[in-house]
Design a protein around this ligand. Sequence first.
Ligand SMILES: Cc1ncc(COP(=O)(O)O)c(C=O)c1O
Length: 332
Amino acid sequence: MDKMRGEDDRVPVYASGSQVLQKLQEKSKQRYPAMYSSVIGGIILDPCMMVIPMDDHMVHRGHGIFDTATISDGCLYELDSHLDRFLVSASKAKIDSPFPRETLRSILIQMTAASGCKNGSIKYFLTAGPGDFMLSPKGCTGPAFYAVVTATASSSSRLRPKEGVKAITSTVPMKHPFFAGMKSVDYLPNVLAMMEAEERGAYASVWIDDEGYVAEGPMMNVAFITKSGELVLPAFDKILSGCTAKRVLALAPKLVEAGLLKSVKAARISAGEARQCAEMMFLASGLPVLPVVEWDGQPVGDGQVGQISLAVYDLLRHDINSGPDRIPVPYT
Ligand SMILES: Cc1ncc(COP(=O)(O)O)c(C=O)c1O
């Protein structure tokens, strides 16, 4: 027989939208400065209204892709490279964009302007859209585009990294190259790899593929400086082609000209070779360069932040602050 339930065990039933709104206002701790939703058809500034439908195919089946871009001192950095990758991911996930590329771009710029945010990032998602909780997206009403702005501290606080971080090798199985090569929202392996690193006192983990080659981290690419002065980034055939990593490949020849490096390349690098390197670093849009000084409990090189990692950081920071790929946000 069912235990008699007391008054306190009863689940409240909110029949009116205003009661739900009040609860959302009480609970919404995160204050995101702006969101765009194609379901609503506009930009939302009230944080407690920044919601997506529960029957969206991204929510219950992971049928969505996403990408990001950095806002630095009122400019969007490398938005076009991120949008290119976004549309490649969309095509691999068989999601048609509800808007042409130029409209997506314009929405993201207008949303950033409406947010007033000068430093932070934007994240945007393309999904199969709201539907009927089925596995097939046939019942979805049509693809949806969502975007959000997240604010961070001012760019002046993003100083050259003085200290390096620790890395571990992940024991979480790596994604199949087909899935690793697109930025789908299915980040469970990445989340578990990140949690594993945190549990073991490291900043992040590194995947080694089944042939023993270095792959990537759960939200970053990896780069190495060999003892003979080569900058090596693991080839992109089994991993996400990182916008930061690709920018480093384009900019680093300047360090060759300056005599700091011998060469720059994307190539397969075995874990054994990588462990012999003089320097190691993580690369990702939000970092953008983070020197790694310890890997699986062993010092990388001399265990100190390397000079070339700092030179790569300086190159990227200069590109973010005054390079050619910046869109000034038209704040009003
Ligand atoms: C799995 C993975 N690899 C690499 C990266 C780095 O990519 P990007 O430099 O474009 O931020 C990311 C970024 O989120 C990622 O999720």
